[in-house]
Write a protein that binds this ligand. Structure first.
Ligand code: NI
Length: 176
């Protein structure tokens, strides 16, 4: 089990803009590996450092299915943009978040993105035409680095549906 605690909706750290990482140290690589473990334990398919109380620009992702070989991905200082070539409309997809338990709602996002980030060795990598669930997950995690949560992006209807649950989560945080 991971010793990291996943922070829940209402915790201020989830609303902070995360700081760029100047140097990728062995300690930060260890943190990324622990985040992956916390994510697998949860279980989830993505986690951003602010979700474990560390407001720095680091995300981890693994969208492999349960019966597939794990594909852990660690991205330091990720930067994303919608892929420009060809049609790339916004499409709806139901999202959830380990920091917002039991709340789900459709979010509109472009299907395809390009991604730049640093790997564990500090090298910049670039991935083009990232699509599907991986693209969706990376976009969701990068939002966390801006202090943004998927519930900010859901429809008014979904917001209304989940309002009581969100209030309760936030109220429980205040009691801590
Ligand atoms: Ni999330």
């Amino acid at each position: 089990m991971s010793r990291l605690d996943i922070r829940i909706y209402g915790d201020d750290v989830l609303r902070k803009k995360a700081e760029p990482i100047k140097q990728i140290t062995p300690e930060l690589v260890d943190l990324a590996r622990e985040m992956l473990q916390a994510m697998y334990d949860a279980p989830g398919i993505g986690l951003a450092a602010p979700q474990v109380g560390v407001p720095i620009r680091l995300i981890v992702v693994d969208v492999a299915k349960e019966d597939e070989t794990p594909e852990p991905r660690i991205y330091f200082n990720p930067e994303i943009a919608p892929e420009e070539e060809g049609e790339n409309p916004l499409i709806p997809y139901e999202e959830g978040c380990l920091s917002v338990p039991d709340v789900y709602g459709d979010v509109m996002r472009p299907d395809r993105i390009r991604l730049k980030a640093q790997n564990e060795k500090g090298e910049w990598i670039e991935e083009r035409n990232v699509c599907g669930l991986l693209s969706r997950c990376i976009q969701h995690e990068v939002d966390h680095l801006e202090g943004k949560l998927f519930v900010d992006l859901i429809s008014a209807e979904d917001k209304a549906k989940n309002q009581a649950a969100l209030r309760k989560l936030a109220a429980d945080q205040k009691k801590k």
